[in-house]
Each structure stands twice: as C-alpha cells, then as structure tokens.
Design a protein around this ligand. Structure first.
Ligand code: TMP
Length: 209
C-alpha cells in the first residue's frame, strides 16, 4: 500500500475553503483515489471539543500563547487519531487549515514568535507537513463581506479587527513565498468553478493525477 498524499487549504476568512475542500475531494474520488476531507481546528472528536474553546466566547479569552498551545493540542490529537492512520492506509487527506494557519494567525496576526510555533510543530507532530498547500487569497474586506452575507453567525476569529486579518493575510502570502515548492496562491475573488479549475491544474502538475 502506498502512503497517501497530504493536501492543505489555507487563507483568510471567506475565501471559500470548505467548498474547495469538498470539490477537490470529490474530484480525486472520481479518479479512484481514496480521500478524506477534514478540518482544523477539529477533525477528530477530541480536537472538535478543543475547537469549541477556540471559536466561541470573548475575543480576549486566551492570551496568544495559550491560544497557540490549544491549536497544537487539537492538532496533535487530529494527526495521531485521524491524519496519520489515513495516510498510512494510502488515503489522501485534504485538510481545511493546518500549521500554516497557526503561523499566519497566532504568529503574524497575534505576535507569537514564529520560531516558537515551528518548535511546537516539531515537538507535537514531528515532521508532518503537507505535500501541497493551496492558499486561497482574497482581500480582507471582501472575505468578511462574504461571511456577513452567509447569515449563520460569526465565530470568535471573524470578530477580530481588520488589522489582525490584514496581518494574517500578509502572513499567508509570506509563507507561500518562502515555501514555493509546497505552496501555490490562488486568487479566490472569482467563481467557485474557476477556483476549482486552478486547484485541479496545480494538483495535476504536482501529483500527475
Ligand atoms: P474556520 O473553520 O472558519 O476556518 O475557523 C477556524 C478559525 O480558527 C479561523 O478563523 C482561523 C482560526 N485558526 C487559527 O487561528 N489558528 C490555527 O492554527 C487554525 C487551524 C485556525
């Protein structure tokens, strides 16, 4: 059995990640590739419980370091109980957010030292980085507008200020620039079909499927 591939979607709020995770997963399954769609924070029962602590409640309920530790607690459980077993069985894992989100949001957005975040990554999940990462990029005001029109309430991060979201967006673009062999930036300010086409072009080039 070959090891599965690990693909993550990243980017700010309202970029359409969950739609693209679903569309990519369906497209890979149509090609006969066993595939699992998952998300962070969350993706396993334990991590979904920790997610509730992160996305609900007052903006200031955690200091940035505590928040970072909670994301890594959730991530370790998700990796150990869901991601690694799936990859080991040859299933491809398509994940809505991973450690790049911690670097962009807690590092660039909330000021936690990025070398500490990278250290925590090594200590909690070792060397598990995605084989490919798609950053869906959209202007902050446009992404937040899309969420406002979604009408199912806003979570804790969506309530954080524009400046925080601008710093996080810069963070994602910087991460993509520094990891050019792993990451691609896709302009998310267009139809879901056209974003999906760009994603499939990248996946075909990257994995030959
Ligand atoms: P989402 O499911 O709507 O993407 O919401 C999850 C929120 O959690 C999102 O606003 C980004 C935030 N987040 C972090 O701040 N750090 C992380 O490491 C992850 C995975 C998510």
């Amino acid at each position: 059995m070959t090891h599965g591939r690990f693909i993550s979607f990243e980017g700010g709020e309202g970029g359409g990640k969950s739609t693209q995770v679903r569309r990519l997963t369906e497209a890979l399954e149509d090609k006969g590739i066993p595939c699992l769609a998952t998300r962070e924070p969350g993706g396993s029962p334990g991590a979904e419980s920790i997610r509730e602590l992160l996305v609900r409640g007052e903006i200031g309920r955690w200091d940035p370091m505590t928040e970072t530790l909670l994301h890594f607690a959730a991530r370790r459980d998700h990796v150990a109980t869901v991601i690694e077993p799936a990859l080991g069985e040859g299933t491809w894992v398509v994940c809505d957010r991973y450690t790049d989100s911690t670097i962009a949001y807690q590092g660039y957005g909330q000021g936690v030292d990025i070398s500490i975040i990278e250290d925590m990554h090594r200590k909690t999940v070792g060397n598990l980085w995605p084989d490919a990462t798609i950053v869906l990029d959209i202007a902050v005001f446009q992404g937040l507008d899309r969420i406002a029109n979604r009408g199912n309430g806003r979570h804790r991060y969506e309530e954080m200020g524009i400046d925080f979201h601008e710093r996080s967006r810069e963070g994602f673009l910087e991460i993509a620039k520094r990891n050019g062999e792993r990451c691609v930036v896709v302009d998310a300010d267009r139809s879901a079909d056209s974003v999906h086409d760009a994603v499939m072009t990248f996946i075909a080039r990257r994995f030959g499927v």
